[in-house]
Design a protein around this ligand. Structure first.
Ligand code: CA
Length: 366
C-alpha cells in the first residue's frame, strides 16, 4: 500500500513539474528599460534555465526577439510619454466587464475574458465600445505578472481604437512594487532580476516603459453611477477629500515624488490616502462591525454615485452587499483555479464564470 502511495506521489509530482515547465516555454518579459540616453533596451529571461537576453530597441532588432507570451512589439512607441489622464468620470457606458486581484494568473484572466467575449481567441479586444475595468492588483503572488500586464496594455490600446476603454486602477500591490516593496513577488522574479542584474522593482521603475505606463494610471474612476476603487472609500476619506479628481491628483503627485504641491497638504490627508484605511487598503465595508447601509449611503452621496465596486477583500465569488450598493469583485483569481468576472449589460448585473456561464448576483450577508 505504501509503495503504491509513493508511486502515485512520484507520478503526480512529475506530472506537476511537466506542467510547470510547459507553462514557461516562453521567456519572462520583456522588460523595456530606458538607459541614461533614453535609448530603449528589451530585456528578457528564462529563469528556469538561468539564461537572459537583451537587445537595443530598433526596427532591425525586433525580428530577432524571442516570442514572448502576450507581448506585441508593434504596440511599442519608444517616444511615448504616458500622461495621467484627468478624465475619471464616464457616462452612458452600455456594457462593462470588471475583475480585480489577478495577481499574475494569466491563464485564469485570459479564460475569463475569452469565455465572455471581451477578447477573441488570439487575445484581441472584442468588446466593442464596452469598458473593461481591472480594480487593481495585477502584481505579486503569481508567476505570470508580465504576461498579464502586456495583455492589459494591449487591450487598452485596442479598446480605445474600437471606441471602448480599459481602466486599470492601481491596487496596493502596484503601489508596493513602485515603492520598492518586493516581499510578495513570486520567486521566479527574483531569478529574473538576478539574471538581468536589475532589482525587480527597477524593472517597473520610472525608467521602464511599463513603469511609466503604471505611473500614469488612476486610483479611482466613476462609470455611469458606479465608483471603482481597489479597497474602498472610507467615511473619513470622503469627509476630507471631496472629489475623485482630487483623490487621483493628490495620489499621483505623491506617488511621483514629493513636491511643493503635496507639501501644502497636511500629513493627515496623505495618511488618509496612503495609510491602512486608505483607498488601496480599506476593508471596512466587510470588517467594521458597526458599518451600516447608512454609512455607505453617506459615502456614495459624497461622491455622487449609487454603487461602490471594490476588490482587495477576497471572496469565493463576486458578492453584493448593502442592497447592491457595495459590489465585491475579488473572486480569488489569485489561487489560479477559480474566479469570476462581473458583467453589467444595460444595467443588468451578472457574474460570469470560468466556464462561460452567467449567474445572477444575489444579495450576500456580511
Ligand atoms: Ca489588494
Amino acid at each position: 500500500m505504501q509503495y503504491i502511495l509513493l508511486f502515485s506521489l512520484l507520478v503526480l509530482t512529475s506530472f506537476v513539474n511537466a506542467q510547470a515547465e510547459h507553462e514557461h516555454l516562453h521567456p519572462d518579459g520583456p522588460y523595456l528599460l530606458y538607459d541614461e540616453d533614453d535609448q530603449l533596451t528589451v530585456n528578457w529571461a528564462w529563469p528556469e534555465e538561468r539564461k537572459a537576453g537583451q537587445l537595443v530597441w530598433n526596427e532591425a532588432n525586433i525580428a530577432d526577439l524571442p516570442k514572448m507570451k502576450a507581448f506585441r512589439p508593434e504596440t511599442i512607441r519608444p517616444d511615448t510619454t504616458f500622461q495621467y489622464s484627468h478624465c475619471v468620470t464616464f457616462s452612458g457606458v452600455k456594457k462593462l466587464a470588471i475583475v480585480s486581484d489577478i495577481h499574475g494568473q494569466y491563464d485564469v484572466i485570459f479564460k475569463l475574458l475569452r469565455s465572455h467575449d471581451v477578447i477573441d481567441e488570439a487575445g484581441h479586444w472584442s468588446f466593442g465600445e464596452g469598458h473593461f475595468v481591472v480594480v487593481g492588483d495585477i502584481f505579486d503572488r503569481g508567476d505570470q505578472v508580465s504576461e498579464v500586464l502586456w495583455l492589459i496594455y494591449n487591450l487598452q490600446l485596442e479598446a480605445a481604437a474600437a471606441g471602448g476603454r480599459v481602466h486599470f486602477l492601481l491596487g496596493n500591490h502596484e503601489t508596493m512594487i513602485m515603492e520598492g516593496d518586493i516581499r510578495y513577488i513570486h520567486k521566479r522574479y527574483l531569478i529574473t532580476g538576478a539574471l538581468l542584474q536589475v532589482p525587480y522593482q527597477k524593472l517597473y521603475g520610472p525608467d521602464s516603459y511599463l513603469g511609466r505606463w503604471l505611473r500614469s494610471l488612476p486610483l479611482t474612476v466613476k462609470i455611469n453611477d458606479m465608483v471603482f476603487v481597489h479597497g474602498g472609500l472610507s467615511k473619513e476619506l470622503v469627509g476630507k477629500i471631496r472629489t475623485l479628481e482630487e483623490m487621483n491628483k493628490l495620489y499621483h503627485k505623491f506617488l511621483l515624488g514629493k513636491n511643493a504641491e503635496v507639501a501644502s497638504y497636511s500629513t493627515d490627508h496623505l495618511e488618509l490616502l496612503y495609510g491602512e484605511g486608505g483607498p488601496l487598503w480599506y476593508r471596512g465595508y466587510f470588517l467594521e462591525k458597526d458599518f451600516s447601509e447608512k454609512d455607505i449611503d453617506r459615502i456614495l452621496k459624497k461622491v455622487k454615485a449609487t454603487k461602490m465596486v471594490v476588490g482587495h477583500t477576497s471572496f469565493n465569488a463576486i458578492k453584493s452587499f448593502f442592497n447592491g450598493k457595495v459590489l465585491a469583485v475579488d473572486s480569488s483569481i489569485k489561487f489560479g483555479s477559480m474566479g469570476e468576472i462581473l458583467l453589467v449589460t444595460d444595467g443588468k448585473f451578472e457574474r460570469g464564470t470560468l466556464l462561460g456561464k452567467t449567474l445572477s448576483l444575489e444579495p450576500s450577508k456580511r
